[in-house]
Design a protein around this ligand. Structure first.
Ligand code: PRX
Length: 649
């Protein structure tokens, strides 16, 4: 095995894992040579009401992009996550909830979760929600967030979860785009000992005159904090569920009926409502969860993602529950009250599988080993990483310090649009190389193409594309199929464009190098430069803004903003502070600029296009090597920016 150091598969792990190297090769081969046969067989892993006869109906041709899986089958996703486990594991813990306060926790069995979901499903119906309606969920990390999602799935409503850190404007934009009829929220959330005014944010979002469809707001009481009450519209969760029957039949859904919409940032425009459907998504979520994490009955599995992101959908809720697993949901932050928290939780609940993000690992690593010295983490047998490239130093630290050199690490590459994990090691099959997401999951056909779209073979670097569909793939952008086609299927014809660059080594391992478009990845959170720019220019003093990413030790990428002020406005430290606050308010704290540099002019081509390549170089302190600057309209602009760099921050 070449390329850096590598860690061979341990024989004892290979022996008991769902897949060893031979099984992986055989199954992978079958999955790409005969996808119909492969997925016909593995499609049986979920319970169908009416079995499917068709497996795959796919066209990646940009004239008529169509993606359907199992399209004549019917099922209910919530029934697959709950009802089918009741006979065999009704009393098993489905969700372990760990509160923000380390003294707060509880366990919810499959039977209890089923009852709560049925009651809340009836509550939704009592508020007029029917199959096909869209429901916005803006919740903290409480069990009721999972209940809300599963209740929607039970009655065939489409959920759109909005991350609890987003601003009223961001909520409003998402509600308007999908015409949701109802919002589910909580009075307040609690994170890191601080309260987050969720209901207040929803109230503010609903004052936006363009929000016309929301009829009701259901409020879960988390803290008992003061909230404004609009009695024609607002209803308490506990009052509704007290009245509701605990019996609610699961709606029969077509495999291709939408399960949820999740908004995600792209290189241009407002966030897109990525649509995932029911059958293929669930098959793929449950299969990846089982094989990638080598999930076995009785394992305690902890995914640290928030329900507001795709990882929280697929690997906190749907994958583990479809597999009858025990999933841990943590309300708080991994480093609060102190940086030993994550390891404390592992010990307290005897966690076997831990799935987290490189940014959390780097933040812990920066604290040194002392804070975790008092924990033993001996229950752990597997570690996972997701959301951004993991640098080899962080990988090694995770492996040696958190996993005591005992636990394989699965570095999982995937996206909101892919629904589930695409490139990843399997713990019993894949020798690991720190920093590489390694090899494709079953049914996934990755390739590298040059900028002309030619497939390039062997050890090389290029644009990462996927050549054929897999069941978990997103089907469309909500309300705008043309945008879906444009974004993913026109850059390189006949292939799914991921927007990522990657290198492939001599062993066929993939190394994701990061986005090749104008999308940032800040602490594993995806953000469009265009969104931050449009928030910036909405400020009365800002004439123009250009946003780029720059390397950041903990966050992976930081947000660097070049700002041109309106004529007559003086720059000042106070104004920088105000602009930071402004973006926080417009989008949410995760979009807060790390560095603002005043830019009396921005480097543009003669046709007026901002040359971001140059701005990225300046932000990354690579001014000696700016590349071709011959198309600049006014080269002195760049010299001035470089000279002014000292003034940034
Ligand atoms: O750039 C890749 C990066 O995150 C992007 C997808 O972001 P999002 O849709 O928010 O989903 C994040 C969770 C699946 C990708 O285009 N990314 C995700 N996982 C990895 C990664 N980059 C490198 N290595 C990974 N393991």
């Amino acid at each position: 095995m070449s390329d850096n150091n590598s860690y061979p598969v341990r024989a004892d792990i290979a022996q008991q894992a769902w897949a060893d190297e031979t099984t992986y090769r055989e199954m992978y081969q079958q999955s790409v040579v005969n996808p119909e046969g492969f997925w016909r067989e593995h499609g049986q892993r979920v319970d169908w009401i009416k079995p499917f006869t068709r497996v795959k109906d796919v066209s990646f041709d940009y004239h008529r992009v169509e993606i359907s899986w199992f399209k004549d089958g019917t099922l209910n996703v919530a029934a697959n996550c709950l009802d089918r486990h009741l006979d065999t594991r009704g009393d098993q813990t489905a969700i372990i909830w760990e509160g923000d306060d380390p003294a707060d926790d509880k366990q919810v069995s499959y039977r209890e979760l089923h009852e709560q979901v049925c009651r809340f499903a009836n509550a939704l119906k009592s508020q007029g929600i029917r199959k096909g309606d869209v429901v916005t969920i803006y919740m903290p990390m409480v069990v009721e967030a999972a209940v809300a999602m599963l209740a929607c799935a039970r009655i065939g409503a489409i959920h759109s979860v909005v991350f609890g850190g987003f601003s009223p404007d961001a909520i409003a934009g998402r509600i308007i785009d999908c015409n949701s009829k109802l919002v589910i929220t909580a009075d307040e959330g609690v994170r890191g000992g601080r309260r987050v005014a969720l209901k207040k944010n929803v109230d503010e979002a609903l004052t936006n005159p363009a929000v016309k469809t929301v009829e009701k707001v259901i409020v879960f009481q988390r803290t008992g904090g003061d909230v404004e009450w609009h009695s024609h519209r607002d209803v308490w969760w506990h009052e509704l569920t007290q009245l509701a029957s605990p019996h609610c039949p699961a709606e029969e859904m077509n495999a291709e009926d939408p399960l949820f919409i999740l908004y995600t940032s792209g290189s241009t425009g407002t966030p897109k409502g990525v649509v995932h459907t029911s059958g293929g998504y669930l098959v793929y979520a449950s299969m990846t969860h089982q094989y990638v994490f080598d999930y076995k009955d009785g394992d305690v599995y902890w995914c640290t993602a928030d329900v507001g992101w795709i990882t929280g959908h697929t690997y906190l809720i749907y994958g583990p529950l479809a597999n009858g697993g025990t999933t841990l949901m943590c309300e708080g932050l991994p480093n609060w009250p102190d940086s030993s928290r994550m390891s404390q939780i592992v010990d307290k609940h005897q966690v076997n599988i831990l799935y987290t993000a490189p940014t959390a690992i780097r933040a812990l690593m920066a604290e040194g080993n002392a804070p975790i010295a008092g924990t033993n983490r001996s229950s752990l047998k597997l570690l996972g990483s997701v959301g951004e490239p993991i640098n080899p130093e962080a990988w090694e630290w995770y492996y040696k310090t958190i996993g005591d050199e005992r636990c394989p690490i699965v570095d999982t590459w995937w996206q909101t649009e892919t629904g589930g994990i695409m490139i990843t090691p399997l713990p019993g099959a894949t020798a690991l190389k720190p920093g590489s997401a390694t090899r494709p999951f079953f049914g996934v056909l990755p390739a590298l193409v040059d900028n002309m779209g030619n497939i390039i073979e062997g050890a090389t670097e290029g644009n990462l594309v996927i050549l054929d569909s897999w069941p978990g793939q997103s089907r469309t952008v909500y309300g705008d199929h043309e945008r879906f086609v444009q974004t993913y299927f026109t850059t390189f014809k006949g292939m799914y464009t991921t927007g990522d660059g990657a290198r492939r080594d001599e062993d066929g391992y993939y190394w994701i190098t990061g986005r090749v478009d104008d999308v940032l990845n800040v602490s594993g959170h995806r953000m469009g430069t265009a969104e931050i720019e449009s928030a910036m220019v909405a400020h009365e003093h800002v004439a123009e803004a250009a946003v780029v990413g720059y390397p950041h030790d903990i966050k992976g990428q930081g947000i660097y903003v070049y700002v041109t002020l309106n004529a007559g406005i003086d720059d000042s430290e106070e104004l920088k502070k105000e602009l930071r606050q402004w973006v926080r308010r417009e989008i949410g704290p995760i979009a807060t600029p790390d560095i603002i540099q005043w830019a009396p002019g921005l480097p543009k081509t003669r046709s007026g296009k901002i040359m971001r390549r140059i701005l990225r170089k300046i932000a990354a302190d690579e001014c000696e090597n700016l590349g071709d600057t011959s198309t600049l309209a006014d080269p002195s602009v760049v010299d001035n920016l470089i000279a002014d760099r000292a003034n940034r921050r």
